[in-house]
Design a protein around this ligand. Structure first.
Ligand SMILES: *Cc1c(COP(=O)(O)O)cnc(C)c1O
Length: 365
């Protein structure tokens, strides 16, 4: 407790994470998937919200399929999701076989080399090892090409020793419902699966869940929507992250005075400037220079001057009641993640996953 008190007292800003909202979002996504199995993608520390907390809460709610991007991320949460499938999207690296086996983690095999690697490891063990097979249908990042699938179909013994849990593919533009590429991917995916040994299929990410019944599968893989990012307009996911920061000082700047590096903002009237201990090193985008805002007590406080590494400045002239020690909102119900990301010209995914490590993180629910 003493350590916790010190952390909170020393924190210039805090990030409140509503874990109950993550669980509620997962349940809503399961409904959107027609009640079918729905995994949780926990890569990049659950998009910056805290993978261990999200994993434990989702497992308690009944989620039994989890994905990370890195093996290290999967190892970190293995003990929190007993009896569940845990898989690594980025694919295996040579030399990691023993770790996959020791922690019962299923690699996603996305190349012929990956398949050869896992089958070669299974052979001397004399037992089948679990894996997912990733088929590329247009993303051209990871996954077997159509030619690879043809080669594999001609020689199914290449998969000997592999317990094929799912065949998966990843949608290119599920957030653009009118884009025909999704239906082309469905056709390619069906063609590939028809050539491969029968196995359950995994398809939709968050936005794919809102494309209709044709995009349902044996296992959906949402990430972003769990953490409050609306995959399509009107999806109404519950917000998860709230960022507040304390005012370190409020200072007067006379007419004509400048604020911050390189004099990018000049006071047009006698002004009062509030200083927060949050900067671009905390993932608060530098692109918000002279564009962003904070929110306090019903009032929008424009961000003025450059966002520095560790400090940011706001014009609070119109809020005379604001004093040092007040906590102002940087992300939350009045500063929506999607709006702040748009002001910074980045995606909400990037905004969330950038949020820095220096915040006091508090998990609720
Ligand atoms: C990140 C990722 C997901 C989750 O995508 P969201 O858009 O965040 O729902 C699913 N599948 C793969 C292969 C991914 O890389």
């Amino acid at each position: 407790m003493a350590g916790r008190t010190l952390t909170d007292a020393a924190a210039y800003a805090r990030l409140d994470i509503d874990v109950a909202a993550i669980v509620a979002n997962w349940r809503a996504l399961q409904v959107a998937h027609g009640g079918r199995p729905t995994a949780a993608v926990l890569k990049s520390d659950a998009y910056g919200t805290g993978a261990p907390q999200a994993a434990a809460a989702l497992h308690a709610a009944g989620c039994r399929h989890f994905f990370t991007a890195h093996l290290s991320e999967a190892v970190e949460i293995r003990a929190l999701v007993p009896g569940s499938m845990l898989s690594v999207l980025n694919g295996p690296l040579p030399g990691t076989e023993a770790e996959y086996v020791a922690h019962d983690i299923a690699p996603v095999l996305g190349s012929m080399a990956d398949i050869g690697w896992w089958a070669a490891h299974a052979r001397p063990l004399g037992k089948k090892l679990p894996a997912l097979l990733h088929v590329d249908t247009g993303m051209a990042r990871l996954g077997l090409s159509p030619d690879d699938v043809t080669v594999l179909a001609a020689d199914p013994a290449m998969l000997a020793g592999i317990d094929l849990l799912y065949v998966m593919t990843h949608l290119v533009a599920a957030d653009e419902p009118a884009n025909p590429v999704g239906h082309a991917q469905l056709r390619q995916f069906a063609a590939a699966c028809a050539k491969l040994p029968p196995a359950p299929r995994s398809l939709a990410n968050s936005s794919g869940l809102f494309l209709g019944p044709a995009f349902r599968s044996d296992l959906a893989r949402p990430g972003a929507a769990l953490y409050g990012i609306d995959p399509v307009q009107g999806a109404n996911m519950q917000p998860v992250a709230r960022l507040t920061a304390r005012v370190l000082q409020v200072r007067d700047v006379p007419t004509g005075g400048c604020v911050g590096y390189n004099e990018t903002w000049r006071a047009a009237r006698p002004s009062r400037i509030a200083v927060l201990g949050v900067g671009y090193a905390d993932g608060f985008p530098r692109a918000l220079t002279n564009r962003g805002a904070a929110f306090f007590d019903g009032v929008r406080l424009p961000l003025v001057g450059r966002v520095s590494m560790d400090l940011t400045t706001f014009d609070v002239t119109d809020h005379p009641g604001l004093a040092a020690g007040a906590w102002v909102e940087l992300l939350g119900p009045n500063r929506l993640l999607a709006d702040v990301a748009a002001e910074a010209d980045i995606s909400p995914y990037e905004m969330l996953t950038r949020l820095g490590r220096r915040y006091a993180r508090v998990w609720h629910g």
